[in-house]
Design a protein around this ligand. Structure first.
Ligand code: FES
Length: 129
């Protein structure tokens, strides 16, 4: 006999209009599960609203562009600049940052937000739970 893992079920959690371009929407899916939805350049991302550091409400933190060091052709620093191609969410408890597009902490990839597959159809946003 072969046992297979239960298949995730897809649940409607928001309307498309709830998540503006460049914005976020946090929704309580169950008593024990809150999910942050983010829209960046038209694509949706869904993460559990629990920081892998110490459990803070990470999806309710500030949205900021990541900081990148610019280098010249000889790899000398030209200083730091915000990178509008790499938006981050900053956990309000201790400031850990995570990439919106991957859920990964940029400096410590072992810290990663729990992600969910997300779809959008007919004005509704669903996540696979
Ligand atoms: S709980 Fe999020 S940075 Fe500590």
């Amino acid at each position: 006999m072969t046992l297979s893992a239960p298949r995730p079920t897809s649940s409607v959690v928001a309307r498309s209009s709830d998540v503006a371009e460049g914005g976020r929407y946090v929704v309580a899916v169950r008593d024990d599960l809150h999910i942050g939805l983010f829209r960046f350049r038209g694509r949706l991302y869904a993460y559990e609203n629990t920081c892998p550091h110490q459990g803070g409400p990470v999806c309710q933190g500030r949205l900021v562009d990541g900081v990148r060091e610019r280098l010249d052709a000889h790899r000398h620093s030209l200083g730091l600049a915000f990178d509008e191609d790499d938006p981050h969410i900053v956990c309000p408890w201790h400031g850990f940052e995570y990439r919106i597009t991957t859920g990964e902490h940029p400096g410590a990839p072992r810290f990663r937000l729990r992600s969910f597959a997300v779809t959008e159809e007919n004005g509704e946003i669903s996540v696979a739970l």
